[in-house]
Write a new protein. Structure first.
Length: 443
C-alpha cells in the first residue's frame, strides 16, 4: 500500500485509477495512428447504423485487422451503432451485431433502445455503451440505464462538472464524456436542420452540418415599412412563394458584412485535466472520426502526456505550455470549455466566417531511421522540398525543428522535391526519429 499523501485538487478526492483515453478513427490508418499516439481505446464506424456516413468507415475485415492491431498495444475497439432506427433499418441489425461480436469488437455505442435490447439479447458478450445521442444529463436517467444492464453511459455534451459529480455520487457506473472536439449547436442527437434543408437525416448518419453554413439575414416587411408578425410569417411559410401578398424581404445586413453562421466553438479541456480526473469521469472521449491523421495524432498525444503526467504526480502536476501549442497546430476552430463550468453564451459561438484551419500539414511519416548515417526513410504525405522548415514529433517525446536538406529517392538519386503521394524518400535528420513519428510543415 502506498504511503503517498493524498493531495487535494480544489477540494476533490485524489483518484488512483487512470481514466481511459478514447480516440476517433475514421479508417484503419487513423486507428493505427490513434493507438500509436496513446489511445487506450478507439471508436470507429461500420458501414451501417452509424452517424458518420461520410467517413470511410470499416468493413468487417478491416474491423478484424483493427482489433488485432489494437490488442498488440493493449487497446480496445468500439463501434458506433448510434442511429435512431426507422423500420427499414431494423431488418439487418441482428446479423450486423453478430458480425461485430465475431470481429472481436469490445463494445458498441448505441442510442436506440431497440438496438440496445437486440444487442443484449442476441450477443450478451458484446458490451453496450449508451450513446451521447440520448442526451443523458441526470443521475436518475443514468440509474435507469444501469438497471437495464448497461455498464457505461456517454453523457450528453451539455452536462456540467457539477452534474457529473452528482451522477457519480448516486450511480456506480462508468461515465464517458467528450473532452475535445466539435460541439453540436443543438442538443446532441436532436438536430433536424439537415433533414429539412437537404433531406439528409442527421440521426441516421447524413448530417450536412447546416449550422456551419453561411447565411444572409432578412426580415419580411410591408411596403409601409411595418414588420410582419411571427404568426403571419408562419402563415406565409405555407404558401408556395413563402411570402404574403405585398410583403418583401428586407436585408438585415449591409453588403460589406460577413455572412452569418451559428456554429459553436470547439471543446478543449486540456487545461482542466485534474478536474476531469477528480470528478470521476472514466473515459475521456475525443471527437473527430472525419478529422485528419495529423489531427488525431496531435490531439491524442497532447492528452496522453497530460493524463500521464497528472497520474504520475498529482501534487506536482503542471500543465506544459507546449501541450497547448501542439493542440493549436491541429485546431480547426476557436476553443472553449463547453458546458463543463458554465452555460455557453454568445461569446462561445461563431457568428462570422471561421478562422482558417490549422496552419500545419502532415508532410511525411517516418518509416525507418539509420543511426549510423543519421538519415530517415520518409513516406511523403504532402509536398515538401529542400529549404523548407519542418517539425518532427512522435509519441515517445520526439520533437524538434529543422530545415529540409538534400533528399534522395530509394535508389539514392537526388530529388528537387517529394511531390508524389506516398513517395518514399531519404533525408538527413537533426535528431533520432522512430517508426510512426510524423513530419509536418506550415501551410
Amino acid at each position: 500500500m502506498s504511503t503517498m499523501t493524498k493531495p487535494q485538487h480544489k477540494g476533490k478526492r485524489y483518484r488512483l485509477d487512470k481514466p481511459e483515453l478514447l480516440a476517433p478513427a475514421g479508417n484503419l490508418e487513423k486507428l493505427k495512428f490513434a493507438v500509436h499516439y496513446g489511445a487506450d481505446a478507439v471508436y470507429i464506424g461500420g458501414q451501417k447504423y452509424g452517424l458518420r456516413s461520410n467517413a470511410d468507415n470499416f468493413s468487417f475485415e478491416e474491423m478484424r485487422e483493427g482489433v488485432e492491431f489494437a490488442k498488440k498495444y493493449g487497446a480496445k475497439v468500439f463501434v458506433a451503432t448510434n442511429i435512431y432506427a426507422h423500420n427499414e433499418d431494423v431488418a439487418g441489425i441482428e446479423e450486423y451485431l453478430r458480425n461485430l461480436y465475431e470481429a472481436g469488437i469490445a463494445a458498441i455505442i448505441v442510442a436506440d433502445p431497440a438496438i440496445v435490447d437486440t444487442a443484449r439479447r442476441l450477443v450478451p458478450g458484446l458490451e453496450v455503451h449508451l450513446s451521447t445521442q440520448q442526451s443523458t444529463l441526470n443521475w436518475q436517467a443514468v440509474s435507469f440505464w444501469k438497471e437495464e444492464g448497461l455498464p457505461r453511459v456517454v453523457l450528453g455534451r451539455e452536462t456540467s462538472l457539477e452534474e457529473i459529480a452528482e451522477i457519480k455520487k448516486h450511480v456506480d457506473i462508468e461515465i464517458e464524456s467528450f473532452i475535445h472536439g466539435a460541439m453540436c449547436s443543438s442538443y446532441s442527437g436532436r438536430c433536424v436542420l439537415s433533414n429539412h434543408f437537404t433531406d439528409r437525416d442527421s440521426n441516421r448518419g447524413g448530417c450536412c452540418q447546416s449550422c456551419r453554413w453561411k447565411y444572409d439575414l432578412f426580415e419580411d416587411a410591408r411596403p409601409d415599412g411595418t414588420w410582419v408578425s411571427e404568426e403571419e410569417q408562419a402563415e406565409a411559410m405555407q404558401s408556395p412563394e413563402r411570402l404574403l401578398p405585398g410583403v418583401t424581404q428586407l436585408p438585415l445586413h449591409e453588403p460589406q458584412d460577413n455572412p452569418f453562421t451559428m456554429g459553436s466553438k470547439d471543446l478543449c479541456m486540456l487545461e482542466s485535466i485534474p478536474d476531469l480526473i477528480e470528478v470521476g469521469i472514466d473515459s475521456f472521449k475525443i471527437e473527430g472520426r472525419m478529422k485528419s491523421i495529423h489531427y488525431v495524432a496531435t490531439v491524442v498525444n497532447a492528452y496522453r502526456k497530460a493524463i500521464d503526467a497528472y497520474m504520475a504526480d498529482p501534487e506536482g502536476y503542471v500543465l506544459k505550455p507546449e501541450w497547448l501549442e501542439e493542440l493549436n497546430k491541429a485546431a480547426n476552430r476557436p476553443l472553449n470549455t463547453g458546458f463543463f463550468y458554465d452555460t455557453p453564451d454568445h461569446e462561445d459561438h461563431i457568428y462570422e466566417p471561421e478562422e482558417k484551419a490549422a496552419p500545419y500539414d502532415f508532410a511525411g511519416l517516418v518509416l525507418e531511421y539509420d543511426a549510423e548515417t543519421g538519415t530517415a526513410l520518409i513516406q511523403q504525405r504532402n509536398h515538401f522540398k529542400p529549404g523548407q522548415q519542418v517539425e518532427f514529433f512522435g509519441p515517445d517525446d520526439t520533437f524538434f525543428k529543422q530545415t529540409v536538406g538534400e533528399i534522395w529517392d530509394e535508389q539514392g538519386n537526388p530529388l528537387d522535391a517529394a511531390r508524389h503521394p506516398l513517395q518514399k524518400v531519404r533525408m538527413k535528420v537533426d535528431a533520432p526519429v522512430a517508426y510512426f513519428d510524423m513530419m509536418r510543415k506550415r501551410k
